[in-house]
Each structure stands twice: as structure tokens, then as C-alpha cells.
Design a protein around this ligand. Structure first.
Ligand SMILES: [Zn+2]
Length: 356
């Protein structure tokens, strides 16, 4: 970021555009303006929600400088392939509309804003995914109402209570009937095959999410599909249930075998790097670090390649918990940073004694 400050805005355009192209495989002029802090993402969200007529009044800098930025971006992108996907406000309450970035009719520039440039060597699979992402209507989202206060549907005035389904658009609340989703039935998450098949057979679909206050994020709770589609999906799942059970068993066995192999390779590497570590502790370190789904150091991408640093981190984590006062200090509410500092001498001594 500091590097950006040293560049003038003209050089910055090219640098930012190149960075974005590498990071996202795709770049649009709006992304560039955002990354340059000339446009705030919150305004883009409001605009996409149909709450703003255009974005020009929210853009930083002078019209002259902006024109120059557009020009530089146009030149930079001239030789790149692009997907044309005009920005749209998707609505199921009103008609929906094509969104205009600038105030007034500036067709050539609007066209530039609608182009999503990608690199020439993008694989055809990635290109197809990108094309889908840019041109397909996004999935509808329905929320499970949280919070104490009731809401009222803007169209029919029905009260929407806590835990009811709610549809929002342009910051306005609607009941499912008014959103045209009232005929759908709820299928809770849990059976991935059933959900996938029901989604395939239904003509109307919405994802159901709920805000998890503790984790501060929206979590998927299930889907809304047509009742008929759900019945077909259920029948199709029943018909091949035994076949799928056999497949599931086989893949579980395969995973167990893979995990076993990985743990023993991990063991071998620990022994190699820490030859004085007792055998039972080598096993304990490896088994603990490589538990699937644990998110521990042994499951990271680097550790899967059995990289020295990851092995070392797993050993350090083990020593910290087994051979130092770390856990006791934590229980006594010592801040994590202080705990880590206090245990360093003991930890380093143990680590060294295993290394030599
Ligand atoms: Zn309503």
C-alpha cells in the first residue's frame, strides 16, 4: 500500500489494474477505482441494490483526472480479451434495470465500464466459470429473521416475526408471498445429494441464510424449492440410496487409508528433523497435527507437502502444550502474547535438545 502512495495516479492505474488481473483473473474499471480509493465499495453495494441512480457523484478526484484514468485504463486493456456484462439490478419485486455508472449519457464510457478484462492465457474452464459468474442472474437469497423487533412487509403489511422467512430488496422488507416465493417449501441443509437434486428439478429456487451473531456472519440453513421438485428429488435419492451408501463407505475407507499414510510420512519427517525426540512423542505430534478437519498446522497446504517449517511449527505447538506452563498461564488469563514470551526459554531448550 505504501508503494501506491509513492506513485502518481497515472502510474497507479496500470499497477492496480495489473495487480487485480493477477489476483482475480479479471478486472473491471470499477475494481480499479475502488482499489485506488476513488470509490467506496459501500456505494457500489447501494448502487447494485438499486438505491443509487449512478456512481459518479461518489467518485473522488476531479472529472478531468477521472477522464484521464479512464483513458489510461482503456489503453492498458486494449489488447486484452473481455467479457461484456453490463451491470444490472436484479429485482423480483419490480422490473429490474440496467445500471448506469455515470451521470448522463456517455455510451462509450458505459461500454468500457461493462467490460470485464481477463488475461489471454486463462484456461477455457476458468473462462466459462467467469462468464457464468458475470452474466448469470445471482441466486435469490432469503433470510431467517433475527432480532427482537418484528418487521412488516412493504407490500401487504403482514407482520414478519422472528424466525420467519424474509426477503429484502433495496433495503425494503417483503414477505415470501409478495416476493413470489410463497409456494416454495423449505429443505434444511444436511443432505447434500437431496439438496443438489431438488435444486436441479426446481424452476424457482432461493438460498436460505441466517445471521450468526456469535460468529458475525451469515450461514446457510437450507434452500427453498418447489414441492414437486423436492418429491422427485426424494424419490430419486431413495432409488439409489444403497448404491450411494456403498460409494460413501468406499470413499471413507480411502480417506482413512490416505490419512494413515500421511500421518506416517509426517512421523518420518519429524524423526528426520528432530532425531532426539522420543518415539512416543513423535507419534503424538504427528497424530495430533494431521487430524483431518482440525485446521491444525499439519493440515495446511504447506504441511501437506511436508515442508520443514510446517513440521517445525507442529513440534513447537506440541512442546508448548506438553512441556511448558503455556496452558496453565492461559487458564490464569495471562494474555496469549505474554504466555508465548514467558515460555520461550523452556520451549527453545526442548526444541534444541530434540534437534541435535
Ligand atoms: Zn407481503
Amino acid at each position: 500500500m505504501n508503494f501506491h502512495k509513492k506513485l502518481n495516479y497515472k502510474d497507479k492505474v496500470v499497477k492496480v489494474a495489473n495487480d487485480l488481473l493477477i489476483q482475480n483473473d479479471c478486472v473491471n474499471l470499477l475494481d480499479v477505482l475502488c482499489r485506488m480509493n476513488w470509490l467506496d465499495i459501500s456505494h457500489i453495494y447501494r448502487w447494485k441494490d438499486g438505491l443509487e441512480d449512478n456512481l459518479e457523484s461518489y467518485m473522488q478526484s476531479t472529472p478531468e483526472k477521472r477522464a484521464e484514468v479512464y483513458h489510461i485504463f482503456e489503453e492498458w486493456s486494449a489488447k486484452l480479451p473481455s467479457i461484456e456484462a453490463p451491470w444490472k439490478f436484479h429485482s423480483i419485486i419490480t422490473e429490474g434495470k440496467k445500471l448506469q455508472v455515470l451521470d448522463g449519457c456517455q455510451t462509450d464510457l458505459e461500454l468500457l465500464f461493462s467490460r470485464h478484462f481477463h488475461s489471454r492465457d486463462l484456461s477455457s474452464r476458468k473462462k466459462t466459470t467467469l462468464h457464468k459468474k458475470l452474466t448469470q442472474k445471482p441466486d435469490l437469497r432469503v433470510f431467517i429473521k433475527t432480532g427482537k423487533d418484528d418487521d412488516t412487509c412493504k407490500k401487504c403489511n403482514t407482520t414478519i416475526y422472528r424466525k420467519n422467512f424474509i426477503y429484502t430488496e433495496a433495503h425494503t422488507v417483503y414477505c415470501l408471498d409478495c416476493a413470489g416465493l410463497g409456494q416454495l417449501v423449505f429443505l434444511p441443509s444436511g443432505d447434500a445429494t437431496l439438496s443438489r437434486r431438488a435444486k436441479k428439478f426446481t424452476r424457482k429456487f432461493a438460498e436460505v441464510v441466517e445471521f450468526n451473531k456469535r460468529r458475525k456472519r451469515y450461514e446457510r440453513r437450507g434452500i427453498l424449492v418447489e414441492e414437486e421438485a423436492l418429491e422427485i428429488a426424494k424419490r430419486s435419492c431413495e432409488s439409489d440410496a444403497s448404491e450411494r451408501a456403498v460409494k460413501r463407505l468406499k470413499s471413507t475407507e480411502k480417506r482413512v487409508e490416505e490419512d494413515k499414510n500421511f500421518t506416517s510420512e509426517f512421523c518420518f519427517k519429524v524423526k528426520q528433523l528432530f532425531p532426539n525426540c522420543p518415539a512416543d512423542e513423535v507419534n503424538a505430534i504427528s497424530e495430533h497435527a494431521t487430524v483431518r478437519g482440525s485446521g491444525r498446522v499439519g493440515r495446511t497446504a504447506a504441511a501437506k507437502k511436508l515442508d520443514d517449517e510446517s513440521i517445525r511449527l507442529a513440534v513447537i505447538a506440541y512442546i508448548r502444550h506438553k512441556h511448558t506452563d503455556y496452558d496453565r498461564l492461559l487458564i490464569n488469563r495471562t494474555p496469549k502474547k505474554t504466555c508465548r514470551r514467558l515460555i520461550q526459554p523452556v520451549l527453545q531448550k526442548k526444541l534444541k535438545s530434540w534437534e541435535v
